[in-house]
Structures are given as structure tokens and as C-alpha cells.
Ligand binder design. Structure first.
Ligand code: 6PG
Length: 241
């Protein structure tokens, strides 16, 4: 059985972004100390990022206390249009977040695995320990998407990265879905170390994979669960309403 998930159906992608922003803001408001948010790539979070860039949201974010990470990255130069962090930077981070609070996966490494090792060191330094303590989650919020094959972050069905229990970050030499570039991804234990894991799933093209997820517990998106709360926001089109 996959761990419990709180599924919330909302009207459309705009409502999805608004609900995701509300969850993010609530987690930020609940933490008076240093806050860590793990962003995601793909197209699903774009509207949320645009919302965070608006004055109404931006004014409520204590930028000097929030650190921004990314759950997976395409192994491309940082300015490449395919880069996940580049999208978040372009839409809101570069204008609003202190530069040293933006933590991209370093893709200027010789290989995805070297990049993964460097990011793992950065995460451990930030966390202040080499082992994850369930009482002290690494992230306040981890954002996630679901791919057409049930992958999440860059954890693809059947790939060794999915079985990783020790490493926090790992290289993925090839991807079997578009874009077909190597990836670097946080592993299940690192992603799980959060107060809230928040999936965003929108559009009728997600109907088939939501159906498969309800039948196949082994799919990566069913195995990624927070040690705290896991929420899946879906819009009506995705659930076929
Ligand atoms: O680098 C990536 O592509 C992702 O992080 C990936 O896991 C994504 O979240 C899903 O594939 C959903 O992608 P969409 O949001 O584009 O549907």
C-alpha cells in the first residue's frame, strides 16, 4: 500500500496554482526559522511560480529566511531552456530571492553523478548533518509533478535511482521520456524528508497516468511520500470531470 495521500480536486490550472500557493504560504507562515523549499521542473509548476512572483504573494514571503532547492534537473548548462531551475529563476527567483538562497543543481560537473555528489554535499552542509533525522525534515515543502509513465522528479520506473536508500542525490545517465537528456535527481529518502510533499497534476493528458497510479503501487509517483503530509492537487480535467 502506498502511504496515505490527501487528494484535492480543484477546478482548473489557475485554481491549482492558487491552492498550491496557499499550501506553500501556510508552511512558510508556520516556520519562524530558516525555511527550505524544494521546487520541481516540468510545465506543471509554471503558473504557481508566476503567482509567487506577483506582489500579493511576494510581499508575504520572508525572502531573507527562505532557501530554494530543486528536486531534479536536466544535465544541461544552467541557462539552457531545458533547465528546470532556469525556469524558476527566470519567473521569480532571480528578481526576488537573495542569490545565496538559490541552490541550483550544479550541472557544470563532468558527469551527472559528479553533479549529484556535489549537490548532496551542499544539501548536507545546509542541513548540518550527514544523516536525515525524521524529527527534523530537510525541507518544509517539496513540490512534485507526475510524468506520463508515472515518474516523479527524475525517478523513472525500473531505474536504479528509484531503489537508492543511502544517497540523497544521484545521477541518471539517460531518460527514456522527453527531454532525452541525462538527469540528476534527489532520491526517495531525501524527497521524503519534508513537512509537506505537494504534487500538482493538471490537464486531460494526465487522466491515463492518474488511472494507472490508482492500480499500480510500484510506480515512482506512488512511492514518493513525505514523512509528514503528502497532498496531490489535481484539476477536474485530470480526473475526467
Ligand atoms: O524534469 C522534469 O521533467 C521533472 O521534474 C518531471 O518529474 C516533471 O515534474 C514531470 O515529468 C511532469 O512534467 P509536466 O509538469 O511537464 O507534466
Amino acid at each position: 500500500m502506498p502511504a496515505a495521500i490527501n487528494r484535492i480536486v480543484v477546478a482548473d490550472p489557475a485554481a491549482l496554482a492558487a491552492t498550491a500557493a496557499a499550501h506553500l504560504m501556510a508552511r512558510i507562515a508556520a516556520n519562524p526559522g530558516r525555511i527550505a523549499i524544494c521546487l520541481t521542473g516540468g510545465s506543471s509548476p509554471k503558473q504557481l511560480y508566476q503567482l509567487l512572483a506577483t506582489d500579493a504573494c511576494a510581499k508575504r514571503i520572508p525572502w531573507d529566511r527562505v532557501h530554494w532547492f530543486i528536486g531534479d534537473e536536466r544535465f544541461v548548462p544552467p541557462s539552457d531552456p531545458l533547465s528546470n531551475m532556469a525556469m524558476a529563476r527566470r519567473i521569480f527567483l532571480d528578481r526576488l530571492a537573495p542569490k545565496d538562497h538559490i541552490h541550483p543543481i550544479p550541472t557544470d560537473a563532468a558527469s551527472p553523478d559528479e553533479s549529484a555528489q556535489r549537490y548532496e554535499r551542499e544539501l548536507k552542509t545546509f542541513y548540518g548533518a550527514n544523516d536525515l533525522d525524521p524529527k527534523r525534515p530537510l525541507f518544509d515543502v517539496v513540490l512534485m509533478g507526475v510524468g506520463p509513465d508515472g515518474h516523479t522528479a527524475s525517478l523513472f520506473p525500473g531505474y536504479p535511482a528509484l531503489a537508492e536508500t543511502r544517497r540523497w542525490v544521484t545521477g541518471v545517465p539517460q531518460a527514456h521520456v522527453e527531454p532525452f537528456v541525462p538527469r540528476v535527481t534527489l532520491t526517495l529518502p531525501a524527497l521524503a524528508s519534508c513537512r509537506e510533499m505537494l504534487f500538482e497534476v493538471a490537464g486531460k493528458e494526465k487522466r491515463a497516468i492518474l488511472d494507472k497510479l490508482s492500480k499500480d503501487e510500484s510506480l515512482p509517483a506512488n512511492r514518493a511520500r513525505s514523512i509528514g503530509e503528502t497532498v496531490m492537487l489535481v484539476d477536474r480535467a485530470a480526473v475526467g470531470e
